[in-house]
Design a protein around this ligand. Structure first.
Ligand SMILES: [Zn+2]
Length: 83
């Protein structure tokens, strides 16, 4: 899984640790980060949610068909003699 790509403004390293992180609003957060590579850079970072998409789900009869017994998915199965 990807991570937020923030880099040290002094050395360019992505080895940052979050010291504090507090929500400013429903959609924004202010964090204090320290560089674990050069050990001499403290950064204040503001993150904000700028777009939201919500998935909608629909019942899938097609997907459920495979969970039914064969005699319900294919009527020709009833014509096969089993003895
Ligand atoms: Zn650094």
């Amino acid at each position: 899984m990807a991570q937020v790509d923030i880099r040290c403004t002094k050395c360019g390293s992505s080895k940052l640790s979050v010291r504090t992180s507090e929500r400013m609003t429903m959609h924004s957060t202010k964090s204090i980060l320290y560089c674990q590579n050069c050990h001499c850079c403290k950064m204040e970072v503001i993150s904000a949610v700028t777009g939201v998409s919500i998935a909608t789900y629909e019942d899938s009869e097609e997907a459920m068909r495979v969970n039914r017994p064969l005699d319900q998915t294919d009527e020709r199965q009833l014509e096969i003699l089993t003895d």
